[in-house]
Write a protein that binds this ligand. Structure first.
Ligand code: ADP
Ligand code: MG
Length: 268
């Protein structure tokens, strides 16, 4: 079964002001179709501006597509009631590039991780939440958990902040993780630790992952299947190794030549 299905998804943004002669439509996504199967790690790769984050936001129901169909866990996202959309969001976990942007700077780490429980598990007691939060902090390697729970994001390093974001993303044991450039802001050593953590967690939870990156090297390390995007279109797709070893589209070859990552599988 597919956890996520995009079919001919289009997203158009209006450009220019209403009175401008240059008013037009900008196609951020042009008939994009791909699936994330149960248990799979699918890589979405492309240069900056190719539409990756737009696809991720549409996949999660945060942004409505202009056209096409999106299904999460077998349900059409655009046909869900608010209530059902709320429920299905509990099956999704997000990790973004910039954990400063996604973590409220004034909220303590423990409270940030507790939030999904408060929203989606209203019957949990404060004590149960506390225990769950401390377990999650330990799971992502933030030990001693009690100490980390009391900190605010600014007291953490970039890698530690990303660990907090991961803890929050997996709090409800989601079926699908969407990691949008999760290590692009980190140095190589820290990045490799975070990627290892993501892989371990994905294995433990048996969840699926949509792993988004501009770095084809990282995508190959992490993913079974790769979807290559350029200017809002899918230009190539396939088994990760095949796409890397025998790229067919010139754009994929260009991406390979400009690969920022020097990380190898052995380093993970
Ligand atoms: P990526 O994540 O691959 O870097 P994005 O999905 O963020 O790309 O953006 C794809 C294109 O869509 C970019 O050219 C961006 O400027 C444009 N875009 C994204 N969001 C909006 C928006 N809300 N309004 C107008 N243009 C947007
Ligand atoms: Mg992006």
């Amino acid at each position: 079964m597919s956890v996520l299905e995009l079919r001919d998804v289009t997203k158009t943004y209006r450009t220019g002001s209403a009175l401008s002669r240059h008013r037009g439509d900008f196609h951020a996504l042009d008939r994009v179709s791909f699936d994330v199967d149960d248990g799979a790690i699918v890589g979405l790769v492309g240069e900056s501006g190719s539409g990756k984050s737009t696809a991720a936001r549409i996949a999660s129901g945060l942004v409505a597509p202009t056209g096409g169909e999106v299904s999460l866990l077998g349900s059409r996202v655009d046909r869900l009631s608010r209530r059902d959309l709320h429920d299905i969001r509990a099956e999704l976990g997000f990790v973004f590039q910039n954990p400063y942007g996604s973590l409220n700077p004034r909220r303590r780490v423990g409270d940030a991780i507790s939030l999904p429980f408060q929203i989606h598990r209203p019957t949990m007691s404060a004590r149960e939440r506390r225990t769950a939060v401390l377990d999650l902090l330990e799971r992502v390697g933030l030990d001693p958990a009690e100490e980390f729970a009391a900190k605010t994001p600014h007291a953490l390093s970039g890698g530690q902040r990303q660990r907090v974001a991961i803890a929050r993303a997996i709090a409800l044991r989601p079926r699908l993780l969407i990691a949008d450039e999760p290590v692009s802001a980190l140095d190589v050593t820290i990045a490799s630790q975070i990627l290892t953590l993501l892989l371990d967690i994905q294995n433990e939870l048996g969840s699926s992952t949509l792993f988004i990156s501009h770095d084809l090297g990282l995508v190959q390390l992490m993913c079974d299947h790769v979807v290559v995007m350029s200017r809002g279109r899918i230009v190539e797709r396939g088994d990760a190794r095949t796409v890397l070893e025998h790229p067919e589209h010139p754009y994929t070859r260009e991406l390979l030549n400009s690969m920022p990552s020097r990380m190898t599988r052995a380093e993970l």
